[in-house]
Design a protein around this ligand. Sequence first.
Ligand SMILES: Cc1cc2nc3c(=O)[nH]c(=O)nc-3n(C[C@H](O)[C@H](O)[C@H](O)COP(=O)(O)O)c2cc1C
Length: 172
Amino acid sequence: MLRKVRQIRQFGPEPVPDDVLEQLLEVARWTGSSKNTQPWHFIVITDPEQLRRISRLREAINWVAKAPLGIAIVTDGVSSRSESYDAGRVSERLLIAAHMLGLGAGVAWYGEPPLEAEAKRILGIPAERTAQLVVLVGRPTSIDDPRPITRPKGRKPLSEIVSHERWGKARS
Ligand SMILES: Cc1cc2nc3c(=O)[nH]c(=O)nc-3n(C[C@H](O)[C@H](O)[C@H](O)COP(=O)(O)O)c2cc1C
C-alpha cells in the first residue's frame, strides 16, 4: 500500500473538506520529533492568491498554483539538523495520510535561501524560523509530472542500494 504513495502535482479544484484537513493536522501534530520537541508550526493555505505567489518562486513548483490546499511546514530554527529530519518526517506522514484519506499530496521546496526568504515574506513567517517546504493536498487527477523537466523514473533496483553486513558486500 505504501508503495502507491506518489508525489501528486495535479489536483481537481474541489476544496479539501474541513474534517479531512482536521485529520491531516492531527497526523502532523502526533508525528514524532527529536526529543519530542515538536519544533513545528503549520500554515494552512487555501487562498488561491497565496498559492499562486508561492508557485511563482520557481518553475519547478509552478503546479502549486492549482492545488486547493497547502500546509506549509515551519520549524523553530533552533537545531537545523534535527529539524530538517523532523520536517521531512512530518511531510512524508502528510503524504501518506492524504493517500489513506482518498486524496493525494505533493511536496514543493521553495528553493535556494533567497527564495526561502521570499516564501517567508509571502507567508509572514518570522525571520528566525525555518521554512523550506509546503505540502499540497487535493484530489489527484494524475500521477504524471506536468513540468517540462526530465527526472529519472521508477526506482533503483535493491541490488544497487543495499549491502549486507558491510558497505558493498552482497548477501552470502
Ligand atoms: C526533499 C524533497 C524536495 C522536493 N521538492 C520538490 C519540488 O520542489 N518540486 C516538485 O515538483 N517535487 C519535489 N519533490 C518531489 C520529488 O520530485 C518526488 O518525491 C520524486 O520525484 C519521486 O516521485 P514519485 O514518488 O511520484 O515517483 C521533492 C521531494 C523531496 C523528498
